[in-house]
Design a protein around this ligand. Structure first.
Ligand code: PMP
Length: 358
């Protein structure tokens, strides 16, 4: 039997998401996955590991609802926000007939989640400066050859680092009341906190916000994310989710991270990270082969070099692993650098300064 033939046509064609971990690379200084440079300590109680966990551990949901200033019926906890993206696609798009809209360059998992589920993908243009406008997204929906059920917008965007404006978001939500707008706020804790957009889920039924503990909370290893939306959307996602998505140790750690003390540690971590980001920006600006550094409201910088592949390869040869966006739309010669520790960034700078590039 040729088992290749048994695989569905869309999975045969599928290119899986190339996470930093899957790409691998031999190194010791990993600045390619926007992780926190340091892990914190947590307590684990192993007295209930013989039991299945709750599908949605109550204390976890309550703590996140408090943190995000929403009601607990407006929260679903998932295995990282990646799972929330997949659930949304599976819950709202009819396979082979309907689809999603994205505006490249953007986070790669939206397209992969759609492709995995035989759901169609349309693209919208960005302005020449890469900013995103409601009008361009609305045009993208109109031009799509199939009904667009979901628009995915990352804010702060990955890899661009920029935020989607509140006024543009509201314009979009009003113009397309029958389309879900998913605002992916994986990096939101690093951004200016004056514009809290989650409150808008009370005003607009078509808004979903996704969040994660992987970035500012320094917990990429436990895989815990959330979607915030009105109760009807949350209930429909709960129909589709696996029976036990949140392992008991995950819930225990996440609950500690969402205590007052845990949240304060995250706030402090963000302040320090943002300081290191701006110091790195100043230093890089003095290098002759840096052409442009994008504004960033996240824990990374996107840098355009005169020769991006040369920088990427030279750093990899030294064991400093960055993320190249060479092949992504409009991002030739661009490399993304996660904000690591002082020591990790100092090492990067030392090797960059030693490079001879025109
Ligand atoms: N959204 C964006 C914009 C991201 O960059 C990432 C992680 N790379 C995710 C979502 C997924 O994060 P997680 O599944 O760890 O919550």
């Amino acid at each position: 039997m040729n088992f290749e033939k048994l695989i569905t046509k869309h999975v045969q064609k599928l290119v899986p998401y190339l996470s930093a971990r899957r790409i691998g690379g031999h190194g010791h200084n990993f600045l390619n996955a926007n992780e926190s440079p340091k892990s914190e300590g947590y307590f684990l109680n192993s007295s209930s590991l013989n039991r299945y966990p709750d599908c949605q551990p109550e204390e976890l949901i309550e703590r996140y609802a408090d943190f995000a200033n929403v009601h607990k019926t407006q929260v679903i906890a998932t295995r990282g926000s990646d799972e929330a993206i997949g659930l949304l696609v599976r819950t709202f798009c009819e396979q082979g007939k309907e689809g999603i809209l994205i505006a490249p360059p953007t986070y790669g998992m939206y397209e992969v989640a759609a492709n995995t589920n035989n759901i169609l993908v349309a693209t919208a243009e960005r302005n020449t400066d890469f900013s995103l406008s409601a009008d361009l997204l609305i045009e993208g929906v109109k031009n799509a050859s199939f009904p667009v059920k979901i628009i995915f917008i990352d804010s702060p965007a990955n890899p661009l680092g920029t935020c989607f404006a509140k006024s543009e978001l509201e314009k979009l939500l009003k113009a397309l009341p029958d389309t879900l707008v998913v605002l992916d706020e994986a990096y939101i804790e690093f951004a200016d906190s004056s514009d809290d957009l989650t409150v808008l889920i009370n005003e607009y039924e078509n808004l979903v916000v996704t969040r994660t503990l992987s970035k500012a909370f320094a917990l990429a290893g436990i895989r815990c994310g959330f979607a915030l939306a009105n109760e009807t959307i949350i209930k429909s996602m709960l129909k589709v989710i696996d029976p036990y998505p949140i392992a008991d140790p995950v819930a225990q750690i996440a609950i500690q991270a969402l205590s007052d003390h845990g949240i304060q540690m995250t706030r402090d971590r963000v302040v320090e990270c943002n300081k290191r980001r701006e110091t790195l920006r100043e230093t890089l600006n003095n290098l002759s082969f840096v052409k442009k550094i994008y504004d960033s409201s996240a824990n990374f910088l996107l840098i355009e070099f005169t020769d991006g592949p040369k920088v990427f390869d030279a750093m990899a040869a030294k064991g400093v692993i960055l993320r190249s966006f060479e092949t992504k739309k409009g991002l030739k010669n661009c490399v993304r650098v996660s904000i690591g520790s002082d020591a990790e960034l100092e090492e990067l700078i030392r090797y960059l300064k030693a490079l001879e590039i025109k």
